[in-house]
Design a binder for this molecule. Structure first.
Ligand SMILES: [Zn+2]
Length: 181
């Protein structure tokens, strides 16, 4: 089984034991090359995630189950971070703008195309997703919003902070079908 490259992150009891504490020279190297080391770590993590999507999800679930208080604290930190970003990046939309946007796309999730009614029956919700995530500098303006489903295995949850715009493909399909008729 693949082990998670980042220590302190979700891992199974059978995962490899934690690495021995870093020796002084290693610590010094990290301190002197902080940006490069962080970039390397980020790339390594991204590669691991891309190759082990299902495994990562399973590990996260297991970690959350075993560390409910840490998970709650993490959720809280994320909420605060999002709120700060929202305030910093600016933009806003009204409830009626959100309703109009959903109607424009037939009240469907732009990724899996399931209708809001079908989603509700499955315990999922149709939520405003930030095309460019708030934490990546996206604004809270309606022009940066797309309807995606949210919940267990929801498209919004899978997308995370990735920059994926589903609106273009849907608009294109709609205009093609209008042309065909
Ligand atoms: Zn969906």
């Amino acid at each position: 089984m693949a082990s998670h490259p980042q220590s302190g992150q979700p891992s199974t009891p059978s995962a490899k034991p934690m690495r021995a504490p870093r020796i002084e020279a290693d610590k010094k190297y990290r301190a002197n090359h902080l940006e490069a080391v962080r970039k390397h770590d980020r790339e390594r993590k991204r590669k691991w995630h891309a190759e082990h999507v299902a495994e990562h999800r399973r590990l996260v679930r297991l970690w959350r189950y075993n560390n409910p208080e840490l998970a709650r604290a993490k959720d809280w930190r994320n909420r605060v971070r999002r709120k700060r970003c929202k305030h910093k990046n600016g933009g806003s939309f009204t409830a009626s703008q959100w309703t109009e946007l959903k109607q424009r796309y037939q009240n469907r999730c732009l990724c899996c195309h399931r209708s809001e009614t079908a989603l509700l029956q499955l315990g999922l919700k149709l939520v405003p997703d930030h095309v460019l995530a708030l934490v990546k500098g996206g604004t809270n303006d309606i022009s940066n919003i797309q309807p995606l489903c949210h919940g267990t295995e929801g498209c919004n949850n899978k997308k995370g902070t990735l920059h994926i715009d589903y609106r273009g493909a849907v608009e294109q399909r709609t205009s093609e079908s209008t042309k065909a008729t």
